[in-house]
Design a protein around this ligand. Structure first.
Ligand code: HEC
Length: 299
C-alpha cells in the first residue's frame, strides 16, 4: 500500500504523486437514524464518493494534501466558501487545479464545499515517524558552496514572498534587482526566518511544510512536513533548532536546522489537560536581511 502521508514531492518535480488510498471514515455512519439525519448521512456518503472520484488524486483521500493543498477547515480559514465553490467550478488558471463546471452540478459543488469545510472525525497521527518520513533532502551539505555564487552583497538581500502565486523572489538590495524567483510551497505563513549567520532561510507553509533555502546558491536544500497545519516557526539563537508551532495537531516540533529531521515533538496541553492551539507569538533573532511580503490576486 502506498503511504498516504508521505507526499514526498520535491518542489520542482512536476510528476504527480498519486495517492489512491481509501478514506476509512465514510462507512458506518448512523445505521438506524431517521428522517432528515439519515438523508444528510447519505449525502455525506455520496459526496465522499464524489471527492474520492474527482479530488483525492491531487488532494489525497484523507484531505491532507499531496500535489494540491490540504482541504481541511483549519487550513481553509482564509478562503471564503463562495470562493471555494468558484475555484472548484472554474479551476485556477496557471495552476494544476482544473475546472469542474462541466463535470459537476452546482449542487454537487456545494456539497463538496460543505465536505471540505467539515473537520476530520479523527486527525491522523503526525508525530516523529510521520515527520521523519516526510523529509526530503534536495542537497547534501557537502554539495553547497562556501561562498555566494551570485555577485551580490550577502548582507543586503531581500526576500519577497508572493502569497498569491506561491513564489519568492530574492532581491539584490544594492541594485534593487531580482537575483532569482523560486516556486515555494502553497501558502507560506509567518514570514521567512533566517539562520543567525543569514546563510539559510526557512519558509513555513500553511500545510506545515518547512523548506530550507540556501542564500549562497539560491536553491532549496531540504524540506519536511512538521505538521498538518502550521502557524509559524522560529530559529533558536544558536541557529541549531527550528521550532515549528502547529495548529494541527497541537504540537511544537523541534527540528534539527541542519537536516530538518525532527528532534522532539511536544504536545501542547492546557492546565486542564486538554490540548490547546499553539499561538502565533513566536519570533526569531533579528534578521540580518530584510523581508517583505506582498499579496497578489486575493485568495
Ligand atoms: C489535477 C490535480 C487536482 C485535482 C484533480 C483537484 N485539484 Fe483542487 N487544487 C489543485 C492544486 C494544484 C491547487 C492549488 C492551486 C493554486 O496554486 O492556487 C488546488 C486548489 C484547490 C482549492 C483552493 C485551496 C485554497 O486554499 O486556496 C480548492 C478549494 C480545491 N482545489 C478543491 C478541489 C476539489 C473539491 C476537487 C475535486 C472536485 C479538486 N480540487 C480537484 C489540484 C487539483
Amino acid at each position: 500500500m502506498t503511504r498516504p502521508h508521505r507526499a514526498a514531492r520535491p518542489l520542482h518535480d512536476d510528476a504527480m504523486n498519486r495517492q489512491l488510498t481509501r478514506n476509512p471514515r465514510i462507512p458506518l455512519l448512523c445505521l438506524a437514524l431517521l428522517g432528515a439525519t439519515a438523508a444528510a448521512a447519505d449525502d455525506t456518503t455520496a459526496t465522499g464518493a464524489l471527492y474520492r472520484q474527482h479530488c483525492a488524486e491531487c488532494h489525497s483521500a484523507d484531505r491532507l494534501g499531496a500535489l494540491g493543498p490540504a482541504l481541511l477547515p483549519e487550513n481553509l480559514t482564509r478562503l471564503k466558501r463562495k470562493r471555494a465553490a468558484a475555484v472548484i467550478a472554474d479551476g485556477r488558471t496557471a495552476t494544476q487545479m482544473p475546472p469542474f463546471r462541466d463535470k459537476l452540478s452546482a449542487a454537487q459543488i456545494e456539497a463538496l464545499v460543505a465536505y471540505i469545510y467539515t473537520p476530520l472525525e479523527r486527525l491522523p497521527a503526525w508525530g516523529m515517524p510521520q515527520i521523519s518520513a516526510s523529509r526530503i533532502l534536495l542537497k547534501r551539505p557537502g554539495e553547497l558552496p562556501g561562498q555566494p555564487l551570485h555577485g551580490a552583497d550577502p548582507m543586503n538581500l531581500f526576500v519577497v514572498v508572493e502569497l498569491g502565486d506561491h513564489h519568492a523572489t530574492i532581491l539584490d538590495g544594492d541594485r534593487m534587482a531580482p537575483l532569482t524567483r523560486v516556486k515555494t510551497r502553497f501558502a507560506l505563513h509567518g514570514g521567512p526566518k533566517y539562520s543567525p549567520d543569514g546563510r539559510f532561510v526557512y519558509f513555513t507553509s500553511r500545510d506545515g511544510w518547512v523548506s530550507k533555502f540556501d542564500m549562497h546558491s539560491l536553491q532549496f536544500v531540504a524540506e519536511v512536513r512538521a505538521g498538518i497545519n502550521a502557524r509559524n516557526a522560529a530559529v533558536s539563537a544558536d541557529g541549531r533548532i527550528v521550532m515549528v508551532a502547529n495548529y494541527l495537531p497541537h504540537t511544537l516540533v523541534a527540528l534539527d536546522s541542519e537536516t530538518l529531521l525532527p528532534i522532539r515533538v511536544i504536545e501542547v496541553r492546557g492546565e486542564d489537560g486538554t490540548s490547546s492551539r499553539v499561538s502565533n507569538g513566536m519570533d526569531s533573532s533579528p534578521p540580518l536581511r530584510q523581508t517583505a511580503s506582498r499579496r497578489q490576486n486575493g485568495s
